[in-house]
Unconditional design. Structure first.
Length: 537
């Protein structure tokens, strides 16, 4: 506890954002907390882990350039994008920041399951400064606060929404008050005893401040999203993140968003799904684009078009005066009217991400709780193609009970889609708070203590045959796009490479490289010299 109250203008707060190297746009949550803490009059700084190349990256992702190349998920990007501003001494720099800034409080924000090991080790480093108080929050803390608080270096865990929790925490530190009785937290008391506090009411998303991204390095907004930016020398976009609603109306078993809704109901907090009004969005979007010199809006929503059609029409009318290109993800079943999709394109829809996930209708319905038919998905894909919106297809490989034959049903369906520009074949990750994780645990296919390393890492499931094995999943992930985009008479050749990768054969990479060269030449028209430039270093 502080011996005496600190003036707000002298109170220093460090925001810490654990993250993998060069992954994603700046965190919307960090921007939101920055705005909230600045409103209190505090001195606020940010330690962003995104520039750091570390061993915390997933096993198969030593750096993002290698990842993009191995999965063939997007058009190749010049390596200067991944090299620019990269750092290596994460803990040395973190300690120097602590000693130079001398914060009274450190707020670890947006910690997901994959970045928990990084956050945990940062908490350990912070424990060398016992006078500094810390709190950790994010999806992982919300899903399993009991696990996070058991770490010996964790002082306070915030679960649920943190807009009000972070202020109450900082005010308690500033005033030298107790830190063990804050709503929405589990806290470790002076005697080591853990205090379990009640949940906090949900916030009004139309009353939260506009996110403040000023603490992020300006280079962090640069992203290769969809087609190249003709106004940019390097073809990159300055992508500004935003949420237009919080929560998700769907119940997909591979995702932990539905659990947020269930937890809110169990805690009698109300409906977790809350949408912003058009007036709120107009003000927020125009402010964010202007303040951050953005040329693309990156909509974070789980499924942007999963809202009443009248509300989408209202968004279109609101956005007509903005007309900055925007990216969004949604589901095939959300595409209900071709004319409406065309109007979205007219006002700025630049690129879409659509979830296929799995190609077997029965598996999708029974295991994933998704009821759209294959015919329905094909029909929706053709609508997107006719409207002329580039889109990416998201696929998950290696979910419980999946066989190689089932993966080929996904491949077959994917081949029927019209006009897709990119494909992202992801390995299933058994995140806490998902139905499929519990399914895998019941079957004995998952070590409950296994640490996830994101959907770009190797599988954690250990299923018996005839279900997919870890090496088989990875081989299918790397050859997936060949199977989708090459003619079927090339499949025996692709299968041979797949089997070499599965076996870890010495010639596997050389043979895969040959197919990759042909694929890029066919798909992107890349010459040999351009390819060498793209993957140099």
């Amino acid at each position: 506890m502080l011996e005496e109250k600190v003036k707000k203008s002298d109170f220093r707060v460090l925001l810490a954002y654990p993250n993998f190297t060069k992954m994603l746009t700046p965190s919307y949550a960090v921007g939101l907390f920055t705005a909230i803490l600045k409103q209190q009059g505090y001195q606020v700084k940010l330690f962003d882990c995104t520039p750091y190349l570390t061993s915390y990256n997933p096993r198969d992702m030593p750096n993002p350039a290698v990842l993009t190349r191995k999965l063939l998920s997007n058009k190749p990007v010049d390596p200067s994008f991944y090299k620019e501003g990269v750092k290596t001494d994460l803990f040395g720099d973190f300690v120097r920041e602590i000693e130079d800034f001398r914060p009274y409080a450190v707020v670890f924000s947006t910690v997901v399951e994959d970045t928990w090991p990084q956050a945990r080790d940062m908490l350990k480093a912070l424990s060398e400064y016992p006078g500094i108080k810390s709190i950790i929050g994010g999806v992982y803390s919300t899903m399993v606060p009991h696990r996070v608080i058991t770490d010996p270096h964790t002082q306070i865990v915030g679960f649920g929404e943190g807009e009000k929790t972070v202020v109450e925490f900082c005010e308690a530190v500033r005033n030298g008050a107790s830190l063990t009785n804050l709503l929405g937290t589990f806290a470790r008391g002076e005697n080591g005893k853990i205090v379990y506090n009640a949940p906090r009411p949900l916030v009004d998303v139309n009353q939260t401040p506009i996110a403040d991204f000023s603490l992020f390095d300006k280079k962090r907004f640069k992203r290769p999203l969809g087609r190249v930016n003709p106004a940019s020398k390097d073809g990159m976009w300055r992508a500004i993140p935003i949420e237009t609603y919080r929560g998700c109306p769907y119940t997909c078993t591979f995702c932990n968003s539905p659990t947020q809704k269930i937890l809110a109901q169990e805690r009698e907090q109300g409906d977790f799904l809350r949408r912003k009004t058009m007036d709120t969005l107009r003000k927020e979007i125009t402010t964010l684009l202007e303040q951050n010199d953005g040329d693309l809006l990156y909509i974070n929503d789980d499924a942007f078009m999963a809202r009443p059609m009248s509300e989408i029409d209202d968004f279109i009318e609101m956005y007509r005066d903005i007309r900055v290109p925007f990216w969004m993800q949604t589901r095939f079943e959300d595409i209900r009217d071709e004319g409406q999709l065309a109007r979205l394109k007219e006002v700025g829809l630049h690129h879409m991400s659509l979830g296929l996930e799995h190609g077997n209708e029965e598996y999708r319905r029974k295991i994933l709780r998704r009821n759209i038919s294959n015919e329905g998905m094909i029909e929706k894909s053709l609508i997107v193609q006719r409207v002329g919106i580039p889109y990416q297809v998201n696929v998950i490989i290696g979910m419980p009970y999946e066989t190689r034959e089932l993966v080929f049903e996904t491949i077959a369906l994917n081949r029927e889609f019209g006009g897709f520009e990119a494909v992202a074949p992801n390995i299933f990750t058994p995140y806490h708070g998902t139905v499929l994780r519990e399914m895998a645990l019941r079957e004995g296919w998952l070590d409950p203590e296994a640490q996830t390393s994101s959907f770009v890492g190797a599988s954690l499931l250990r299923m018996p045959r005839p279900y997919l094995q870890e090496n088989e999943m990875s081989a299918l992930q790397r050859t997936y796009r060949f199977y989708v985009e090459f003619p079927k008479d090339r499949w025996p050749e692709i299968e041979r490479v797949e089997m070499l990768l599965t076996a870890g054969a010495p010639e596997a990479e050389t043979e895969w490289e040959k197919l990759k060269d042909e694929f890029y030449q066919k798909k992107w028209g890349i010459t040999e010299s351009e390819r060498k430039l793209t993957y140099a270093g």
